[in-house]
Design a protein around this ligand. Sequence first.
Ligand code: ATP
Ligand code: MG
Length: 229
Amino acid sequence: MKKVQSIRIENLTKSFGSGDSFVSVIDGASFTVNKGELIALVAPSGAGKTTLLMMIGCVVDPTSGQIWLGEEKVYDNHWLTNNSRQIRREKIGFIFQAHYLIPFLNVIENVTLVPQTNKIPTKEANAHAMELLKYFDIADKAYNKPSQLSGGQNQRVAIARALANNPEIILADEPTAALDTERSISVVKMLKKIAAEQNVAIIMVTHDERMLEYCDRVMKIEAKKIVFE
Ligand SMILES: Nc1ncnc2c1ncn2[C@@H]1O[C@H](COP(=O)(O)OP(=O)(O)OP(=O)(O)O)[C@@H](O)[C@H]1O
Ligand SMILES: [Mg+2]
């Protein structure tokens, strides 16, 4: 398949603080992730994995460098848009270690929250959410609260939620950390399927070596830069 750039990073740097509290986390990272790829991001605790994802997700401000999301250059030493929240809502789906579902909303309400914010009509948002829930084999839980679901089921709902706005990019920060091996593998296989079938670029942080074989490439943070294995 033809390689089409989904995330491109050039010479990205990120530091926190100044003076005695100055820490340089990322220093001169450059890489490209293509549409349809599932990338594992592996590095020791504190190496900057979450920081990197949050910069790609337009949540954390880089210190300098350039970021493209799809064809669009969004950062060039400063954000090129005054509405990074909109970019985030339109292009990006997030999955976290904890599912962060809203406890007082039922499953389908959780999944349709972002599309509703994006002004998708309720009927359309519900139909799409139901499709996703069927895809993840949890449609029968659509009207249950997260507290009535297992950890693995909630994580599948969280993945459905991340997909609800048809993102071009999914950023997953240790999505399987709270799951046993069997359920972890099933979640990673699902992400792989989404990447391939829906041409989505996915970066997944993981500490679990067993997940690497399901990913297309393994990306590491070494000496504050990105290297591929
Ligand atoms: N808001 C902040 N202010 C100051 N330092 C920060 C801030 N956020 C992160 N850091 C520092 O940046 C470094 C990278 O943190 P980050 O959370 O990205 O690491 P990580 O690779 O995701 O680690 P883990 O595997 O433990 O989740 C750490 O040294 C952390 O202390
Ligand atoms: Mg982290």
